[in-house]
Ligand binder design. Structure first.
Ligand SMILES: Nc1ncnc2c1ncn2[C@@H]1O[C@H](COP(=O)(O)OP(=O)(O)OP(=O)(O)O)[C@@H](O)[C@H]1O
Ligand SMILES: [Mg+2]
Length: 113
């Protein structure tokens, strides 16, 4: 099992979630976060004034999938979250040691799908 952690633009949340649902993704977690990538001190303009912000709001989407689903789900997220502009986000991938569905006590992939 793998955990896919995708950091995406807030305005892409609905597109990414719809694409994941269409791809048969078994479950998702969503968190509002703030952060920055390589470009620190992002310049923004407001009422003609330029100012610098340290962090921009992003959405973290996490999903746990079977190893065989990993590449397909990453492609799904990448395509749905893409604008081509700086700040499109990132995907981090982790090994998952286990999972348990509390209600049934099922474990491993049986707990996921
Ligand atoms: N190395 C990192 N460690 C932890 N979080 C990161 C890292 N890089 C990016 N992030 C997270 O991803 C979000 C979006 O990053 P961003 O898309 O700006 O990455 P980037 O590498 O600067 O790429 P781009 O050139 O497209 O802007 C950040 O706000 C931060 O939450
Ligand atoms: Mg960036």
């Amino acid at each position: 099992m793998k955990k896919i952690e995708a950091i995406v633009r807030p305005e892409k949340l609905d597109d990414v979630c719809q694409a994941l649902q269409d791809a048969g993704c078994p479950g998702i977690m969503i968190t509002e976060i703030e952060g920055h990538g390589l470009q620190k001190g992002i310049k923004q303009k407001w009422r003609g004034e330029e100012f610098t912000v340290d962090y921009l709001p992003k959405i973290k989407i996490e999903t746990i999938v079977d190893d065989g689903e990993l590449d397909g789900i990453c492609d799904t997220i990448t395509n749905a979250a893409f604008t081509g502009e700086v700040g499109d986000g990132k995907i981090f991938i982790y090994d998952v040691q286990g999972a348990i569905r509390i209600r049934t006590k099922q474990s491993g992939m049986a707990a996921i799908s």
